[in-house]
Write a protein that binds this ligand. Sequence first.
Ligand SMILES: NC(=O)c1ccc[n+]([C@@H]2O[C@H](COP(=O)([O-])OP(=O)(O)OC[C@H]3O[C@@H](n4cnc5c(N)ncnc54)[C@H](O)[C@@H]3O)[C@@H](O)[C@H]2O)c1
Length: 263
Amino acid sequence: MSSGRLAQRHVLVTGGGGGIGLAIAKACLEEGARVSVVDRAAQASAGVGELQAGKADTLHYLSADVTRQQDIDRLLRDSVQRFGPVHTLVNNAAVFELAPLLEADADSFDRLFAVNVKGMFFVMQAVLRHMRDAGSEGASVINLASQAGRRGEALVAHYCATKAAVISYTQSAALAMAPHGIRVNAISPGVVDTPMWSQVDAQFARYEGLVLGEKKRQVGLAVPLGRMGTPQDIAGAAVFLASDEARYITAQTLNVDGGNVMS
Ligand SMILES: NC(=O)c1ccc[n+]([C@@H]2O[C@H](COP(=O)([O-])OP(=O)(O)OC[C@H]3O[C@@H](n4cnc5c(N)ncnc54)[C@H](O)[C@@H]3O)[C@@H](O)[C@H]2O)c1
């Protein structure tokens, strides 16, 4: 049920073509925001298309690759031109790969760090400069970290390291931007049933000799609340952090994981 908590706000969501990003875009629209959705596909996904139906005045799609600085400049310019100053950045685009530590190679390192760390940081930097210059009231950034950034995993070393970097950059950026009244926080999901997790499941199946779907079943059962998260579970936290209800919260990484990580 919408209460218009994000009325008059412009929210920019990277990696919003599916999964958690799409759910956040939808929840922000329902709270009254105008939403710019960015993803790397040339055309909007079916999910974005459905959201757009009848809402072209409050939702638009931009194709951009967050690893390319010229794309970052363009996505910011085009979204501001369309919906005005950005109030909230949801820095969500990321990729996942796993391999046993002794086989984790440099190509995989480059692919993961290019999107999850370099892309995340330079999108954030560009949007923070814009927010500072625009002086947007209530501006904030929400980076998508992960429980993987809280604790290493033998098969997931590169990805875990990228998400630890997201937590660290969130803290540094929060301190740098606090004098400008701009908040920077992160959300740390646990295991969430999205297209990314289908890929994770398939990769674990290969390395751990499991049948498809078994890893998902296991991780869901291991969550204290007894199930994997849904993208909507994460979207609620994002709306809260973007809203004025969170006006005194900055530099935090909020665990939204059914109790997996305690802090
Ligand atoms: N699903 C989980 O269990 C889980 C857990 C912890 C953290 N997370 C994090 O939450 C975020 C969303 O995850 P998800 O599960 O919805 O993933 P997903 O793979 O379903 O969606 C990620 C989106 O990012 C886009 N993307 C990837 N590279 C891009 C690039 N270079 N430029 C632009 N867009 C790009 C993809 O096209 C995709 O639409 C990610 O940051 C992920 O690391 C997910």
